[in-house]
Every structure is written in C-alpha cells, then in structure tokens.
Design a protein around this ligand. Structure first.
Ligand code: NAP
Length: 415
C-alpha cells in the first residue's frame, strides 16, 4: 500500500483489484479524483453530487464510492511544489480507476503536458471517446441522432510520441544526412524532422481492446481508420495488424466486408463487421453516412482529429466525455480544457466530466448508475434549463449555473 503525504486516504473503502485480466470492484471502492484547474473545481462540485445521487438511487446503501482527492496541476504546484507528484501516480495505480478535471499545461515549466505524461507513465494506451447526440442540443447537422460512435484512439505512439527535432538543429542535420546518404531519402536542407513510430504490439493491443468492447456491447461494426494508401508501413501496417489480431484472437466472432459480399454462412446479419476506411474518406463518411459506423479504432493523430470533428457534429465538446484506459488502470477525464475565463463563476457546463463518470461506472460494471445519469441529463436538456453554452444554441432555453444544472440532472433521474 502506497503512503500519501498530501492526499488523504479515505477512512473507509477498498482498492479495486485486477486479476487475470478482470477488474474486481468492491461495494465501496476508493476512487481518486483530481478537481482540475480553472473551472475544474466548479465542475467537480456539481459532478460529484450527481455521481453520489445516482449511486444512492441505483444501489441504496449496497454500493458507494469513497472519493479521494489527489493533486495535479496548479493546485498541486501550490500545495506540493510539483505539477504531478509521484503520490498521485501511485494513487492512480493503487486504486486503478480515477477521474480528473481539465489541467492547464504549465507554460515554460519543466513538464511538456500533464495529460500526455499521465498517459505515458501509466501506459494508458487507449483514449476512448464515445460520441452520441442528446436530443435538443444545438448542432450543425440535419440528423445528428444518426451519429453514435465510440472512438478508440491509440494513445502512446505515432507522431505524438514526441520524437522530433527543430529545423537547423545538430540532431536534425545528422539524422537527415544519415537518411540521405544511407537510404537515399530526399530531404530539403534545413528541414525539421519528426518520427512516427507505430508498432505491431501497440496497434494490436488497441484494436483488441476495441474488439472486446464492440463484442461485449453488441455493437454492429468496427472500422479501422488509417492513411495506409500513403503511409504504407505505418498506417498501412496498422490496418493489417488490426485484421490480424481480429483473426487470431476473435476467430468466428466477426466477419469482414469481403465475407459479406461473398454471401453464404459468413454473411450472418448479426455478425460484428470489421472493415477499414482511409482517414480522409472517413471524415466525409461520418458526415454523410454516420449510421454506417459504430466502433472505430485508429492511430493517435487520426483519432485526435476525428474525435473532435465527431463531437462537433452532435453539438461540441461540452458534452464529450473521455477515458484513458490501459490494462487494469483507467483515468476518465473531461475532453475540454480549463476554460480559465469562467473559473469560479459557477457558469460552465459540467456535462463532459459527468459523462466521463458514466463511462467510469460502465467500466466498473456499475451500468445502472451510468444509465440513471444519462437519463437525468436527457431530462435536464429536455427541460431547457441548461448552462450558458447549451442555452445559447437552444431557442427558449433558460440559462442556469453549473450547480443548478447538476440539480436539474439529479431531478431528471427520478423522471
Ligand atoms: P478550453 O479550456 O477547452 O476552452 C475553450 C473554450 O471552449 C471556452 O472558452 C468555451 O467557449 C468552451 N468550453 C470549454 N469547456 C467548456 C465547458 N465545460 N462548458 C462550456 N464551454 C466550454 O480550451 P483552451 O482555452 O484552449 O485551453 C485552456 C487550458 O486548458 C490550456 O492550458 C490547455 O492546455 C488546457 N487543456 C487541457 C485539456 C485537458 O486537461 N484534457 C484539454 C484541452 C486543453 P466559449 O468561451 O465560446 O463559451
């Protein structure tokens, strides 16, 4: 058991365990949380009330969470002198499932990005972003309800691995020279260089997690999104490794588009269809034929762009949750930033953290609590008593504060 200097272990509650690839969740788990910077504390106050109300309504006294405040970001720097203290990483590892608000990236500080560091240190290799429409939310589409996807974005490799060199630096010149002389590469003088590592191991474990999710949740298809027509040995390999891991680990549990076109036994109407699309075409497809897509697995950069573009189709990031998940360790988080200009105004939309909590409860197998929160949120939006960002897109809506929106969600759970 780790010891904590700044965080306080709750007096009751147990750690979630992970044995033989399966989470074992006690009735009273300890869940660490980071409030986050800027608007984070406003959002957390509303969110935790919603979580506790849903747990109480779903399970009475049988299940509850002991929340454990841990430090990261600006508050951490003020309290502990560090942006991301080791004890916070220890808590995320010991208790396995955590939730965090947005963190500002220190400008000129010694750490590149707290979020990126967290993902790398804890090996949270999948960034999972479900995107669905909530009736009544302003959006740019004619039929926004047709989009209902879950994006699994590889979180540790690709051009985001941070291996790059400044134009004119000694390293960039040396590596460019090696590539020119040894491998005949044509690289303009004075170029900046970046490396795009993508491994069989990293690609396969991501696709495997997406396949498991698709099968466990009765989803209709899994699409591998890649740019393999141009980047054949990285993105093209991602596609090939994706099909390979489906064939080796999920034999008989899926079919491909090629199987379907051949007809016969392989074209079962109920099979999970594994297909692939080139990334640029996929952006069009999600706009024009969104209901043909379901679970998506994709490398880091494609996934980053695609997640935000998809969220825009259903009304933006205010209601877009996320989870960073590894093997037996997961950190759920808001997908938006700290929106510092609204800090302490009790104004901002807590929906992203609240829906990240829904993902967290689903991950723990506490589906009933998640369903209640979604029901509450749907009812709150229907009542048109919403935070400013939703109100400005909804004719006839009444703007309410962050905390009042939390109350509306809690009220909506009983409806
Ligand atoms: P941001 O904090 O996401 O805010 C940009 C704008 O998005 C806000 O001004 C607001 O737009 C809207 N918005 C964001 N969250 C909202 C919410 N919950 N409800 C309603 N509207 C919301 O982006 P930023 O200003 O570029 O970044 C600020 C800081 O956050 C930076 O330090 C950045 O590094 C960090 N960041 C952290 C994360 C993370 O922790 N996961 C992610 C992204 C950025 P309007 O003013 O138009 O209403």
């Amino acid at each position: 058991m780790a010891s904590y200097r700044f965080a306080k272990r709750p007096s009751s509650g147990d750690a979630i365990a992970f044995e033989k690839g399966v989470l074992s969740v006690p009735g009273n788990p300890v869940i660490p949380f980071v409030e986050g910077d800027g608007t984070g504390p406003d959002i957390w106050r509303a969110s935790v009330r919603v979580f506790d109300a849903a747990l109480k309504k779903a399970y009475g006294s049988e299940r509850k969470v002991s929340w454990m405040k841990v430090y990261a970001g600006e508050e951490s720097h003020a309290v502990t002198g560090e942006w991301l203290p080791q004890e916070t990483l220890d808590a995320f590892t010991e208790f396995r499932v955590s939730i965090k608000g947005p963190l500002s990236t220190p400008v000129g500080g010694g750490i590149r990005s707290l979020n990126v560091t967290l993902r790398q240190v804890l090996d949270l290799y999948a960034c999972i972003r479900p995107v669905r429409y909530f009736e009544g939310v302003g959006n740019p589409m004619k039929e926004p309800e047709k989009l209902d996807v879950v994006i699994f974005r590889e979180n540790t490799e690709d051009v985001y691995a941070g291996i790059e060199w400044k134009a004119g630096s000694r390293e960039a010149e040396e590596i460019a020279d090696l590539l020119r002389t040894k491998y005949g590469a044509e690289i303009r003088a004075g170029s900046a260089l970046g490396i795009k590592p993508m491994s069989e191991f990293g690609s396969k474990r991501l696709v495997k997690m997406a396949m498991q999710y698709a099968l466990a949740n009765g989803r209709k298809s899994l699409t591998l999104v890649h740019k393999g027509n141009i980047m054949k040995y990285t993105e093209g390999a991602f596609r090939d490794w994706g099909y390979e891991v489906a064939a080796s680990d999920f034999k008989g549990q899926f079919c491909t588009e090629a199987d379907l076109s051949k007809g016969g036994n392989a074209s079962r109407a109920d099979c999970l269809v594994v297909k692939d699309r080139i990334a640029d075409a996929m952006f069009q497809q999600l706009l024009l034929r969104p209901d043909e897509y379901d679970v998506i697995a994709t490398p880091n950069l494609n996934g980053d762009y695609l997640s935000d573009a998809a969220a825009a189709q259903v009304g933006g990031l205010g209601l877009a949750p996320g989870g960073n998940v590894g093997d037996g360790v997961a950190v759920f988080e808001a997908t938006h930033g700290t929106a510092p200009k609204y800090a302490n105004l009790d104004k901002i939309n807590p929906g992203s953290v609240i829906l990240s909590g829904v993902m967290m409860f689903e991950y723990m197998g506490w589906k009933e609590a998640g369903e209640l929160i979604v029901r509450g949120l749907e009812a709150a939006i229907k009542s048109k008593r919403v935070t400013y960002d939703l109100a400005r897109q909804m004719p006839g809506a009444t703007e309410v504060s962050t905390s009042a929106f939390g109350d509306e969600i809690i009220k909506g759970m009983g409806a």
